[in-house]
Design a protein around this ligand. Structure first.
Ligand code: SF4
Length: 234
């Protein structure tokens, strides 16, 4: 398998401003689809996918978003979102928080009246994210290859409106995740999801493990993968 391209430093700071001094973000794609996971799974949603990510998870299914994309002002992004008249808007990546103006975009989307969620790796500081946003934060398992990047200080900013996701690659990841639930006192604090890593075994296995151990958390499979596979734009 070809190795993934290295993270681009250009994404890790504020984006360049346009001639009017307005902040811009590098956007890989904006599309209207069904939410594939999380609390709002199945609902029509506008996705704003930003370019760039400083992580390289072994199971990453959006490597095409590591590079490229177009610089867009926050106003342009807002206009593109509004065309679909959505109830739900999700900011995703890549890692959206790797571009600092992303927190301003989140605020503006909330101000516009959308129900906004943010998909983030858990490796960057979430403290500046608007409280109205439902943060869907990963805790990276050993199987991801990026466990060392977890910023556990982020848990201080997680509340009942937020969601935490463990992507489980194998039995060892499952055992690790179960232990983390206790160690970090996550039960009852926010919604927890155990999600099987796509293509890393049968999802049924994870279902049996959860049932056998009577874990009171929710398993999810990715609806968009069932519907559209790995194709971009869904
Ligand atoms: S954090 Fe997300 S986008 Fe970045 S490498 Fe991991 S899975 Fe891919």
């Amino acid at each position: 398998m070809a190795s993934a391209p290295k993270p681009e430093a250009e994404f890790l700071g504020p984006g360049p401003e346009n001639s009017a001094g307005a902040a811009r973000l590098r956007v890989k794609e904006i599309f209207y689809s069904l939410q594939g996971e999380s609390r709002t799974v199945g609902f029509p949603t506008v996705f704003v996918r930003l370019s760039g990510c400083p992580l390289r998870c072994g199971y990453c299914d959006t490597t095409y978003a590591f590079q490229g994309g177009s610089w867009m002002s926050l106003e342009e992004i807002g206009n593109r979102v509004a065309r679909h008249r959505p109830r739900y808007v999700t900011l995703t990546g890549g890692e959206p928080l790797a571009q600092r103006p992303s927190t301003v975009l989140l605020e503006r989307l909330c101000d516009a009246g959308y129900e906004v969620s943010l998909e983030t790796s858990g490796a960057l500081d979430i403290s500046a994210v608007d409280q109205r946003v439902s943060v869907v934060m990963d805790i990276k398992t050993p199987g991801s290859g990026e466990e060392a990047r977890n910023v556990y200080a982020n848990l201080a900013h997680i509340d009942a409106n937020d969601q935490i996701k463990f992507v489980i690659c194998d039995r060892a990841d499952y055992e690790w995740s179960r232990a983390k639930l206790d160690e970090l006192g996550l039960a009852g604090r926010c919604e927890i999801r155990f999600s099987p890593s796509h293509g890393a075994g049968e999802p049924t296995e994870l279902a049996y493990w959860i049932l056998a151990d009577q874990i009171p958390e929710r398993m999810q499979v990715q609806l968009h993968k069932l519907l559209w596979g790995n194709s971009p734009g869904h």
